[in-house]
Design a protein around this ligand. Structure first.
Ligand code: PNS
Length: 165
């Protein structure tokens, strides 16, 4: 594959500063990056996919992440089908802990078997190592301040109570 295209997939429910860190660093490694909001049937969502995509687009724009970045969503089937369609040979995921390794390893193996799509893991910046969307969802739902963990546009969105539409 001549041009190096990668996909950063996830639920992004909501996008966090940890996600943005992975996106920024992955964008510097590949010619084109597809940040893909994917429905995870194993998780009950807080935000609709279209809302998550909008928040990701605004977070990326607001933080001046450099690179050729496409934000999209996918609920039509296998993640690797999207990757193959856009010519991406690599998925990029952030890995914060051994729990993430255990969760991500089977998916990485299956995705490679299904479509020869490799998975590259990036270690988090220590500042974001403990940030997760599930933590943000819980703090937000109980009325806490999530601004230390999410991009400003996401903090503003959650603060106005616009979620749950
Ligand atoms: O942010 P998440 O919830 O950990 O992301 C997980 C996600 C959505 C990337 C994963 O569930 C996924 O890849 N779903 C797409 C369906 C698929 O392709 N499944 C087979 C290989 S795992």
């Amino acid at each position: 594959m001549s041009s190096r295209i990668a996909v950063v997939p996830g639920s992004f429910d909501p996008p966090t500063l940890g996600h943005l860190d992975v996106i920024r660093r992955a964008a510097s490694l590949y010619d084109q990056l597809h940040v893909l909001v994917v429905h995870n049937p194993g998780k009950e969502a807080m935000l609709p996919i279209s809302q998550r995509q909008m928040l990701l687009e605004q977070s990326i724009a607001e933080s001046n992440v450099e690179g050729d970045i496409v934000v999209a969503s996918w609920s039509m089937g296998l993640l690797v089908d999207y990757a193959t369609d856009v010519g991406a040979g690599v998925l990029v995921k952030g890995i914060r802990s051994q729990i993430d390794v255990a969760y991500e390893t089977p998916m990485a193996i299956v995705n490679r078997h299904l479509a020869h799509v490799e998975t590259v893991f990036l270690l988090p910046d220590p500042a974001h190592a403990l940030v997760s969307s599930s933590l943000v969802r819980q703090v937000a739902s109980l009325g806490g301040d999530v601004s230390p963990y999410v991009p400003p546009v996401v903090a503003r969105f959650l603060d106005t109570g616009a979620r749950g539409i």
